[in-house]
Write a protein that binds this ligand. Structure first.
Ligand code: NAP
Length: 267
């Protein structure tokens, strides 16, 4: 596997078949990860809450790509669901070589007006759950010759915008650190930071998408393709598309006064 950041070769390569566990693998970006990885011949473990939808997705992928597909019906916001998934990641006899921490949801409204439990759930699904799964995966991957972790964050991580962007910023910061720290265990950790993508995400949170200009939308195909390329290159952060790379750069370099104006406009 070619590496632009000095990662040693793991025992698996981008060409050889391995197993990827994808949380939220039945819809949007997670389903696209499943498609693209299956098309490259990799086995899958798909995690989501809806068992029927999981079974349908798995059957479709097996039929189309002839790869092994396991399903784990689990709600990652419950202790039991999280334990089931961490146990699968800990099974070094049947190793998972790539973890895609992707499951998530949005929340309309603002922090103080929303129910605190909904805000804490948002923090848990976008920060605590990916950290817990990465913890289990890092321990196993160290024993099984290495691997890759992709944390699906967001360009929202680069601008202050409530609990969602704060949780995604945590994920980016954690990934940047872990990508350096676990290099000697042959594990790369990449924060994938997409802009807006058509999926079920905005419909599920009841958001009206009509006011968002077309140029701001990316396809799941492009986001996942660029994300996998960057993860395979061992990059700490992946921002798909030139337009969002530019926007993220501006957001990171903007003085506080400009950021404040942006936050006021988003109220
Ligand atoms: N869409 C965007 O514009 C966008 C932009 C930047 C970042 N992202 C991030 O991309 C990730 C995927 O979002 P998406 O747009 O693909 O959303 P999506 O189409 O709504 O898909 C969400 C997936 O996560 C699963 N899921 C949700 N809550 C879960 C839970 N508690 N336990 C287990 N599985 C759960 C869902 O399946 P079940 O309902 O069956 O559980 C579904 O498979 C999220 O982390 C999101 O923050 C999205």
């Amino acid at each position: 596997m070619a590496s632009t950041s000095g990662h040693p070769e793991a025992h698996f390569t981008a060409e050889a078949a391995y197993t990827a566990l994808i949380t939220g693998g039945t819809s949007g970006l997670g389903a696209e990860f499943a498609q693209q990885l299956a098309a490259r011949g990799h086995g899958l473990v798909l995690v989501a809450r809806d068992g029927h939808r999981l079974a349908d997705a798995a059957a479709g992928l097996r039929a189309r790509y002839a790869v092994p597909v396991e399903t784990v019906a689990a709600d990652l916001l419950t202790e039991e669901g999280r334990a089931t998934v961490t146990a699968r990641l800990a099974d070094t006899a049947n190793p998972v070589n790539m973890l895609v921490n992707n499951a998530g949801h949005g929340l309309a409204g603002n922090f103080a007006d929303n129910d605190l439990e909904r805000e804490l759930e948002l923090l848990r699904i976008h920060a605590e759950v990916p950290l817990a799964l990465a913890h289990a995966a890092l321990r196993s991957m160290a024993q099984t010759g290495g691997g890759r972790i992709v944390n699906v964050a967001s360009v929202a991580a680069f601008t202050p915008n409530g609990t969602y962007s704060a949780a995604k910023a945590l994920l980016v910061n954690f990934s940047r650190w872990a990508n350096v720290f676990y290099r000697d265990r042959r594990v790369s950790v990449t924060a994938l930071c997409p802009g807006l993508v058509h999926s079920e995400f905005h419909d599920r949170m009841g958001m009206d998408k009509r006011s968002i200009p077309n140029w701001m939308w990316l396809t799941a195909d492009q986001v996942v393709r660029e994300g996998l390329t960057d993860a395979n290159a061992g990059k700490p952060v992946s921002i798909p598309s030139a337009r969002y790379k530019a926007l993220a750069l501006v957001a990171r370099l903007a003085p506080d006064a400009v950021v404040e104006r942006l936050v006021r406009r988003s109220r």
